[in-house]
Design a protein around this ligand. Structure first.
Ligand SMILES: [Zn+2]
Ligand SMILES: [Zn+2]
Length: 336
C-alpha cells in the first residue's frame, strides 16, 4: 500500500510503498476513503507523544470500507462502510466495562499507538467494540471528521459540558474541533462566542453559527453580559485554557478539549471564587455515536460543511507541516 511515513520527528513525511497490513484476529483492515488532518497528528509528528515509535504512519480521523476481517469479528464484514473513534477500547478493562471506551486502560489509537490512516489501508484492533457503521446518507469525507474533531466536540459540548439551549458557549480556538463545537452548539439552540487570533478562522466560525466572534484577549464576560456558561479550550494552550476559565460565568463549566503538551498554569483562584467546574473530554465512545450520527443523517449537523480542502496522499507532508501554525481555516481531508 502507499502510505505517508514518518522516519524522523519533524522531518517531512515520505510517501512510499509499504507492506499491506493484515487484520488482527479480533480486528479489521479498513480501506481508507477519507482521513482528516488534525493538530494531534502534528503533535505526534513533532515527537510530543511518547507512544509513537518510528517509522510511523500518522492519521486517526478515518472513514472507509472494511477490506478484511479477522476470524473473531462478528458484527462487521468485508464491504461495510465504517468509521471509528480515535481512541479504541479493549472492551475488557474497568473503564471499558463501564462503557467508557474513550478512556480505555489499553487504548489503541491508530496514528499513535499503531500505524494510522495516512495510507491506503489501516489495521484496527477490537472491531466489534469500536467500529461504527455509517448510514448511507453520511459520506466518507464528513465521516472522517467524526472520529476525532466532530465527535470530540459533540461529547465536550453535549455530554461533558451539558450545554443547554439559550446558554452561552465560548469556544477558544476555531480549528477543526472548535468549528465543530460552534456548529453543534448553534444547532442545539445555544449562543456562541468564538475566539481566535485569525480573521479567517473567525469568519469560518460565523459561517458555522457563532453569534459573536472576537480576537484572542477579548473580555468574554463583558461580551456575554456575565460570562459563558460553558467554555472550551479547543486549541490546547496555556493562554487559551486560562482565558477559557477566566471568561466563565459563575458556576460555569470549562471543558479542556485541546491537547496540552505541557501542564498549564490554571487560574485556580477563579475556580474557587466563582465555583467553576473543570472538566476533561477525550474523544467519544463508539456506543454513543448513534445519537450523533442521527443528527448528521438528518442534516441537523453538517460536518461536511467544515471541509475546506480535499487533497491526495502526495500533498500530506505539506498539509501536516502547515498544522504547526494552526493550519488553514477549516478542515483538510486526505483521500488516499
Ligand atoms: Zn484528530
Ligand atoms: Zn479497555
Amino acid at each position: 500500500m502507499r502510505a505517508a511515513v514518518v522516519h524522523a520527528f519533524g522531518e517531512p513525511l515520505v510517501i512510499e510503498t509499504v507492506p499491506d497490513p493484515s487484520p488482527p484476529a479480533d480486528g479489521v483492515v479498513v480501506a481508507v476513503r477519507a482521513t482528516g488532518v488534525c493538530r494531534s497528528d502534528w503533535h505526534g509528528w513533532m515527537g510530543h507523544d511518547p507512544a509513537i515509535s518510528l517509522p510511523h504512519v500518522p492519521g486517526h480521523e478515518l472513514a472507509g470500507v472494511v477490506a478484511a476481517a479477522g476470524p473473531q469479528v462478528r458484527a462487521f464484514a468485508v464491504g461495510d462502510r465504517v468509521t471509528v473513534p480515535f481512541c479504541l477500547g479493549c472492551g475488557r478493562c474497568e473503564p471499558c466495562r463501564a462503557g467508557q471506551t474513550q478512556v480505555c486502560d489499553e487504548d489503541f489509537q491508530p496514528g499513535f499507538t499503531a500505524w494510522g490512516s495516512f495510507a491506503e489501508l489501516v489495521a484496527l484492533d477490537w472491531a466489534d467494540v469500536n467500529l461504527v457503521a455509517l448510514p448511507e446518507a453520511v459520506g466518507f469525507d464528513a465521516a472522517a471528521g467524526l472520529g476525532c474533531r466532530f465527535a470530540t466536540a459533540y461529547r465536550a459540548v453535549v455530554q461533558v459540558g451539558r450545554l443547554q439551549p439559550g446558554e452561552w458557549l465560548a469556544v477558544h480556538g476555531c480549528g477543526g474541533v472548535g468549528l465543530s463545537a460552534v456548529m453543534i452548539a448553534a444547532a442545539a439552540g445555544a449562543r456562541v462566542v468564538a475566539i481566535d487570533v485569525s480573521a479567517d478562522a473567525l469568519a469560518a466560525a460565523r459561517a458555522a453559527g457563532a453569534e459573536l466572534t472576537a480576537r484572542a484577549g477579548a473580555d468574554v464576560r463583558e461580551l456575554t453580559s456575565g460570562g459563558a456558561h460553558v467554555s472550551l479550550d479547543a486549541i490546547g494552550s496555556e493562554a487559551a485554557c486560562a482565558a477559557s476559565v477566566a471568561g466563565l460565568r459563575k458556576r460555569g463549566r470549562h471543558v479542556q478539549v485541546g491537547l496540552l503538551p505541557e501542564p498549564p498554569r490554571v487560574p485556580m483562584d477563579l475556580v474557587i471564587a466563582r465555583e467553576l467546574e473543570l472538566l476533561g473530554s477525550h474523544g467519544m465512545a463508539a456506543r454513543t455515536y448513534p445519537e450523533l450520527l442521527a443528527l448528521v443523517e438528518a442534516a441537523t449537523l453538517r460536518p461536511g460543511d467544515l471541509i475546506t480542502r480535499e487533497i491526495g496522499l502526495d500533498e500530506t507532508p505539506a498539509a501536516l507541516a502547515a498544522m504547526g501554525e494552526g493550519g488553514p481555516a477549516g478542515v483538510t481531508v486526505i483521500r488516499p
